[in-house]
Unconditional design. Structure first.
Length: 746
């Protein structure tokens, strides 16, 4: 959201009041964090006693909820509108130390210090190990009032046609933090444009917009800088970012209302920023080994019944294509009834027997759900009568006809409604369902009432968190924390605690394949450790070349699913070479499971994602800072998907001797390479000196990784390597490997 008209002017209808000085600073106590500083920041310089009259002032409070994290709260009217913050499970009291000198106020937390200078001009600097990494300076902290005719480009976030755009407000609080020369910004959730956010306007407002738009299913008001810090705006409502766009020297973020709260999070490396961020907002959960295998789907609007499903599964087995999970999409329930959580008896007359037969084939089963109750569903009247649905302000049930006729929304702020919804899922789990695809959760209306009185603007983004929590709790209760997994589309801050998330509705083209990867890498920079996407794209039917290239990419992601809209995604539907490509890369992933599963275990401990943007994996290498067409799969394997029909791909290898995992070819890095690959290959290089745990089986993901384990040592390293392998049942063994004493493959 833009309030200024160039460097000198503000836009018509905008009144901007900025913190002009730190008039006074004193030590105080934050109710949750402990030691704190409070600053009175008047919106004009105070030169005489009369200047304090009829003068708005901002109150700025500094505290620390965790070592290496500083909380900044900017308030105009403390009793005014604030959407409230996110849950902070990692917050602790007493992490910060505050002191005031004649020159400034200092709030320190670990290696991070906030320093606010007495007097004018306003200056709040953030120092990491004594070096300033960013600052709030002149015309940075501000309170904005808008007249009714003000043009600030508001209302653009979300689905405007459906009435789900972010609402306009007449008051905002904003902050601007300095961008240094060469400073780059990443994150802000799943975004399908360039990985580097500089120059972009980003609206944090969940929307169902597909992967080819500026909208996103997973909006996270957290960004990460290559200068060694991150920033989380602690507001689940609409947050508007201008990243070196309106003010090219700054990142601006604004929220409607009277209060803005944000956290500055120390690194210095990107991985350390994410580690602290996820320590504060929640670590990714561990996911079961079986979830890393190939997921096969009915697709969305295709015709299917048990015979069709069984035919797909048996043909995959006949062609020696390992499948771990079968997913039933929407039409497992009867049309117009979504959701009633009942198998459509016309096509699945014996669901108990069918699930038993699928389990006998050593498969897990996932079914599609959403948080909406269609009017024809028998559950609608039941939920309405009990008060389990979100209501309009006049007390009537909120309904509309987009997606499902007369659908309503389960009110998860009502504990009884949540328990009722969970009861429907427990019956499915008892029946044999192993996982749920939690679709939707973005189309959340305003102008409604929630059971607990929640602000609807707060709930628009936060609704998905409550929805996924309700479902995830059922799976943890039934399967255990290590065996629970979702397949979720929407999320916000904290959603990383309930994996896995997939990339949403893409089209079946190379271009969409590339934008899908950008979305996943952006999400990884936002604290999400596990990620998947629809292999081949969702909308339309890919040509064989797109399908085969996407298959290689999909099976070199943390999680892998064949899924589409109007056509089946079984590989023989494309050509026989697609079958061979699927076999090759599925078996490769199974061999990599000791390595991938350990990367997942490490993600749950540190927050470091399994799929890592190059800028995260190689901080300080300027050649990787803009790369969004390649990534590291775990710490040691570089993947550069092929996005061309010709098989040509250009990518960058960091310095050192890299080894192609499929061919054994060794090449020197520190340079760009252009290669041409057949469908059975792609740039897949192992990092210099890596010791790669290599599994003995290629037919399933959940085996005993220590049985027949090989430790493949790759050239380019020195000294002793420590490699830990954790098995699906939780046994762990660490190996010390002398790189100089073995040759590659031992």
């Amino acid at each position: 959201m833009r309030f200024t008209d160039g460097f000198w002017q503000i836009r018509p209808g905008v009144t901007a009041l900025y913190a002009q000085e730190a008039y006074d600073i004193w030590e105080t106590t934050h109710p949750a964090d402990g030691a704190a500083l409070q600053i009175t920041a008047p919106t004009a310089r105070i030169t005489k006693r009369g200047d304090v009259l009829n003068r708005p002032a901002l109150t700025v409070t500094l505290s620390s909820p965790l070592a290496g994290v500083i909380r900044v709260r900017i308030t105009h009217h403390e009793g005014g509108l604030w959407h409230g913050g996110y849950a902070l499970p990692g917050a602790v009291a007493g992490a910060g130390q505050a002191r005031v000198t004649d020159a400034d106020g200092i709030l320190s937390s670990g290696a991070l210090t906030a320093r606010v200078t007495h007097g004018a001009p306003w200056s709040l600097a953030f120092e990491l190990d004594g070096k300033t990494v960013t600052a709030s300076g002149h015309k940075s902290a501000g309170y904005i009032r808008l007249s009714p005719d003000a043009d600030v480009s508001h209302g653009v976030a979300g689905n405007a046609r459906t009435g789900l755009a972010a609402p306009a407000s007449d008051a905002y609080v904003h902050e601007q933090l300095d961008l240094g020369v060469g400073e780059l910004i990443y994150g802000l959730g799943e975004r399908f444009g360039p990985l580097v956010k500089n120059g972009q306007s980003v609206e944090i407002w969940n929307a169902d917009g597909g992967t080819s738009s500026e909208q996103a299913y997973k909006n996270v008001p957290f960004y990460l800088s290559n200068r060694g810090y991150g920033v989380l705006v602690n507001d689940p409502g609409h947050v508007s970012f201008e990243v070196g766009s309106e003010a090219v020297e700054r990142v601006q973020f604004s929220v409607p209302g009277e209060v803005l709260e944000y956290f500055v999070i120390a690194g210095p490396t990107p991985a350390e920023v994410i580690e602290r961020y996820t320590a504060l907002t929640g670590r990714p959960a561990r996911v079961p080994a079986w979830s890393y295998g190939l997921w096969l789907s009915t697709s969305f609007t295709t015709d299917y019944d048990e015979k069709t499903v069984t035919g797909f599964i048996d043909e995959m087995a006949r062609r020696e294509l390992p499948v771990s999970v079968f997913h039933f999409d929407c039409f497992w329930m009867r049309e117009f009834n979504w959701c009633d959580f009942e198998w459509d008896p016309r096509v699945f007359p014996d669901p108990d027997g069918m699930l038993e037969r699928l389990h006998a084939k050593d498969l897990r089963v996932c079914v599609w759900i959403n948080p909406y109750i269609a009017q024809r569903s028998p559950l609608f009247a039941e939920a309405a009568e009990q008060g389990y649905l979100v209501t309009r302000t006049d007390g009537s049930v909120w309904q509309w006809d987009l997606w499902q006729a007369g659908m309503a929304l389960v009110d998860f702020t009502n504990p009884d409604a949540k328990a009722w919804f969970q009861g429907k899922l427990r019956r499915l789990v008892d029946q044999g369902v192993d996982a749920f695809k939690t679709d939707f959760g973005e189309r959340i209306p305003l102008g409604v009432d929630y059971f607990d009185g929640s602000d609807p603007e707060r709930m628009h983004n936060l609704y998905t968190q409550l929805y996924n929590e309700a479902v995830y709790e059922v799976l943890v209760e039934a399967r255990g924390a290590g065996d629970a997994v979702l397949f979720a589309r929407s999320a916000t801050t904290g959603g990383q605690t309930m994996p896995v998330h997939w990339g949403g509705d893409s089209t079946s083209t190379f271009t969409s394949m590339a934008e899908t990867l950008r979305g996943g890498l952006s999400l990884a920079m936002s604290g999400f450790a596990f990620w998947s996407h629809d292999i081949g794209g969702f909308e339309g039917t890919p040509d064989p070349a797109v399908f085969k290239r996407w298959t290689a990419f999909g099976l070199l992601s943390s999680h892998s699913r064949f899924h589409g809209s109007e056509s089946y995604r079984v590989p023989w539907a494309f050509d026989e070479e697609a079958v061979e490509v699927t076999r090759l890369f599925t078996r490769l992933k199974m061999r990599l499971m000791p390595y991938l599963f350990q990367a997942g275990q490490d993600a749950a401990s540190t927050g470091t994602p399994v799929m890592r943007p190059m800028a995260l994996a190689f901080p300080g290498d300027p050649a990787v800072e803009y790369l969004d067409r390649q990534y590291m799969l775990g710490p040691d394997v570089l993947v550069a998907p092929v996005f061309t029909a010709s098989g040509e791909v250009t990518f960058y290898l960091p310095p050192g001797t890299w080894t192609h995992l499929l061919t054994g070819e060794r090449v020197e890095g520190g340079a760009w390479r252009t290669e041409v690959h057949g469908f059975d290959s792609l740039p897949l290089y192992v990092r210099p000196g890596a010791v790669l745990p290599w599994g003995a089986r290629d037919d399933r993901p959940d085996y005993d990784y220590l049985d027949g384990l090989a430790l493949r040592v790759f050239p380019g390293g020195e000294g002793i390597a420590s490699v830990t392998v954790t098995t699906p049942d939780g046994r762990a063994e660490t190996f010390e490997v002398d790189r100089a004493a073995v040759t590659e493959g031992e």
